[in-house]
Design a protein around this ligand. Structure first.
Ligand code: ZN
Length: 185
């Protein structure tokens, strides 16, 4: 059975047995917060549980490394939509230890892409420095600080929104506060 068939089979039963009823909520985050975190599989359930977040409590934006690369990219846009349209009042950027983006070298990805048939021409782009774009960060603490700065200094961020920076341990769920957003409001 293919992955998709498997998913759809489960889905039919899920809907039929009304399992969704336990998850009913609204699109507005109950706890008025937006979280930016990493796509790491260890965090899928662990992070919300470790933060006491139930379905409906928070807007959660996932991206490799919890990195906000560009002030006018889709992650920053998501944060602004969460604030202006969905009543989020606080922002939490949560990186994690042992992240795949720590020390990620773009050369490795580029070599693998070439081995899978990607041509040299595809690796040159006038708008984007592809090797830089595919690179990770040297330290998660530095990366979280950078992302917090991008949000905090954004020209479209309204006054009075605390922007916190944290790091989570992907095995225990323990959170460490790097930047307490209340202190710099
Ligand atoms: Zn990660």
């Amino acid at each position: 059975m293919s992955l998709l068939t498997d998913i759809l089979k489960h889905n039919q039963n899920f809907v039929k047995s009304r399992e969704y009823e336990a998850y009913r909520t609204t699109k507005f985050p109950e706890k008025k917060m937006v979280v930016v975190s990493c796509m790491d599989t260890r965090l899928t359930e662990l992070l919300p549980k470790a933060m006491n977040l139930a379905n409906g409590d928070a807007k959660i934006v996932k991206t490799a490394g919890a990195v906000i690369t560009h002030p006018f990219g889709s992650v920053m846009r998501s944060i602004l939509v969460a604030i202006y349209e969905l009543n989020a009042r606080e922002v939490l950027i949560i990186g994690h230890h042992d992240c795949g983006m720590t020390g990620l070298k773009s050369e490795n990805i580029i070599d693998k892409a070439k081995a899978r048939g990607i041509k040299d021409e595809a690796l040159v782009n006038v708008d984007v420095d592809i090797p830089l774009w595919l690179s990770g960060f040297s330290s998660v603490e530095e990366s979280v600080q950078n992302s917090v700065d991008v949000v905090r200094n954004h020209p479209l961020l309204p006054e009075g929104i605390p922007v916190h920076g944290l790091v989570v341990d992907p095995s225990t769920g323990e959170l460490e506060v790097l930047i307490d957003g209340y202190l710099s409001m």
